[in-house]
Design a protein around this ligand. Structure first.
Ligand SMILES: *[C@@H]1O[C@H](CO)[C@@H](O)[C@H](O)[C@H]1NC(C)=O
Ligand SMILES: *[C@@H]1O[C@H](CO)[C@@H](O)[C@H](O)[C@H]1NC(C)=O
Ligand SMILES: *[C@@H]1O[C@H](CO)[C@@H](O)[C@H](O)[C@H]1NC(C)=O
Ligand SMILES: *[C@@H]1O[C@H](CO)[C@@H](O)[C@H](O)[C@H]1NC(C)=O
Ligand SMILES: *[C@@H]1O[C@H](CO)[C@@H](O)[C@H](O)[C@H]1NC(C)=O
Ligand SMILES: *[C@@H]1O[C@H](CO)[C@@H](O)[C@H](O)[C@H]1NC(C)=O
Length: 289
């Protein structure tokens, strides 16, 4: 028998070995949450993990980006406790195999951090921010001739107005004439509830300065540089005025999977632990012999 105070009791040592053996397996092997998605789409969030049999539970959490501060706590979307069916905790969420969830018909307020939590004795988590973007009601671009303004000359002026309602996230407008961006346009952004904004920009040009047939373009983009999508609307200027809006969404990627990192977050007790455990076994055996 081991001398009192030497090593650990056999029972304790075996428990320790079990803990080491059980938890060194657990890792999230596949995690996919796109960083940006256009409103109105469905999006699939994946959280695959190793060691399916030993898992106690898998949960998906959401921390809203735009919630009023008093309810900014994370919200449970999904949980699957071992031996039970998967449960869905929110209306616009559906579940698939392997703890994949689908967020349906995304709205601006679905923006936020999505986190997957997998637990047995150890616990592993992965998270990613997802931003829902939208052109809201679309770009309204108006170009009209107005009387001579308060400037020196007598030339007629051309007023360019560009307006977007209910865009998300924080939008910014730019106006270009004949492919040259006008710097220093003034824009007015209002709103912000649930991350939804109205934005308005205007500009006056001397009609002498713009030629017949020139393209006037308004572009909607986002302050958050992770949202690479932009939208444009353009009008061909004719001095006969009566100009209308056309709109073409810019052909950039609408959603990209920012994180599909694999095997990056496992609880890894390195070989030091294995050696330590092995040496404990040897010590016990030595003591028993
Ligand atoms: C779920 O995972 C299992 C085991 O890896 C795999 O065989 C199966 O195809 C997966 N199901 C889906 C829907 O991906
Ligand atoms: C807004 O975005 C949608 C989706 O990309 C696009 O189809 C539409 O042309 C854009 N403009 C308006 C006015 O909805
Ligand atoms: C542009 O013109 C349309 C109709 O001509 C009008 O309904 C709209 O309010 C105008 N938008 C702006 C930003 O002036
Ligand atoms: C930009 O606009 C501001 C305010 O309208 C004006 O004071 C400033 O001179 C402008 N700058 C340029 C480079 O046009
Ligand atoms: C742009 O709109 C603002 C607010 O409506 C107005 O005060 C300003 O005079 C306008 N500027 C031009 C150049 O039309
Ligand atoms: C852009 O995305 C990366 C990765 O998700 C994140 O770390 C970064 O903070 C984001 N930038 C902004 C401006 O949100």
């Amino acid at each position: 028998m081991p001398a009192p105070g030497r090593g650990c009791g056999l029972h304790t040592c075996l428990m320790l070995l079990c803990v080491v053996a059980g938890s060194r397996q657990l890792s999230i092997t596949e995690f996919a949450v796109p960083s940006t998605v256009e409103a109105g789409n469905n999006v699939e969030l994946q959280c695959r993990h190793s060691d399916a049999e030993r898992v106690d539970y898998v949960k998906w959490w959401w921390t809203p980006l735009y919630a009023a501060s008093e309810d900014q706590n994370r919200v449970l979307l999904y949980q699957r406790l071992t031996g039970h069916a998967a449960e869905i905790a929110r209306k616009n969420v559906e579940s698939k195999d392997n703890d994949t969830i689908v967020l349906m018909n995304l709205k601006s307020y679905d923006s936020g951090v999505y986190e997957c939590e997998v637990s047995n004795v150890a616990e592993v988590r992965r998270h990613q921010e997802l931003i829902v973007f939208s052109n809201g009601t679309g770009i309204e671009l108006n170009v009209s001739k107005i009387e001579d303004g308060p400037d020196e000359d007598d030339a007629e002026e051309v007023l360019v107005l560009c307006e977007v309602h209910d865009a998300t996230p924080l939008p910014k407008l730019s106006i270009s004439v004949d492919d040259i961006e006008i710097d220093n346009i003034t824009q007015y952004v209002t709103g912000g509830d649930n991350g939804v904004y109205d934005v308005f920009a205007n500009l006056t040009l001397d009609s002498d300065d713009i030629d017949e047939g020139v393209t006037i373009r308004c572009e909607l983009a986002y302050e958050n540089t992770n949202v690479s999508q932009s939208y444009t609307s353009e009008i061909t200027y004719t001095s006969g005025t009566a100009l209308s809006t056309t709109e073409t969404p810019e052909d950039t990627t609408s959603s990209e999977v920012a994180s599909e990192l694999k095997n990056n977050n496992g609880v890894s007790y390195g070989s030091r632990w294995v050696l330590f455990a092995a040496s404990l076994v040897l010590t016990i055996l030595n003591n028993l012999l």
